[in-house]
Design a protein. Structure first.
Length: 201
């Protein structure tokens, strides 16, 4: 094994151990010493990779968010590369749904991450970078859908992109309602379909 592959392996062990520590003890309970013990490395190695405890948290807490943004970018790339009217169902399939267990976990994780970012500058900076990337990709996607559907945009694209970013947070409020008051996946899909067709149909 080369020194570079050993280093990469240690990096992954650190990230895995930190993920487990957060799952077991929560964000506030993350102990760098315990992460080092679980990853079988020194605390100084963790700091070499992540600079600080806050830097480690910033990396681990934004991994899933970054992966979702990468998937959103793949969708934008495919819509930009295509021709003819856009199938809205393919877009809707990528949007958050209230009954998705995966998305539910992501939503609550994001709330905790945002709360932690108040006092964690590296986390706030990472979230800011990701938010700008998501905004830029959403702008590209909206413009590509409009182009392919022959729609002249008479609305603020940045505001529409912000609206798409807000859907996940809207669903947190949905979960706080009584079960018989909550929006289900069918109602959410109908809402998405209506908004997209009104503006981009």
């Amino acid at each position: 094994m080369t020194s570079a592959s050993v280093e990469a392996s240690k990096y992954e062990l650190i990230v895995t151990a930190a993920r487990q520590e957060i799952e077991d003890r929560g964000i506030v309970g993350l102990r760098v010493q315990e992460v080092a013990r679980q990853a079988d490395c020194s605390v100084s190695l963790i700091y070499r990779h992540f600079t600080s405890r806050d830097g480690l948290l910033a990396h681990v807490l934004t991994e899933d968010y970054a992966r979702n943004i990468d998937r959103w970018e793949e969708l934008a790339d495919s819509v930009e590369a295509g021709s003819g009217p856009v199938d809205f169902e393919a877009i809707i399939d990528q949007l958050p749904m209230p009954q998705s267990a995966y998305m539910r976990k992501m939503r609550w994780s994001r709330v905790q991450t945002l709360a932690a970012s108040v006092d964690n500058e590296p986390l706030r900076a990472r979230l800011s970078d990701l938010a700008r990337k998501f905004q830029s990709i959403s702008d590209r996607l909206i413009r590509a859908i409009a182009r392919r559907n022959g729609v002249t945009m008479t609305f603020d694209v940045a505001a529409f992109a912000q609206l798409t970013m807000a859907f996940a947070f809207m669903l947190i409020h949905n979960e706080l309602l009584a079960p018989d008051e909550q929006m289900d996946d069918d109602a959410m899909r109908a809402f998405y379909r209506d908004i997209i067709s009104r503006y981009l149909g």
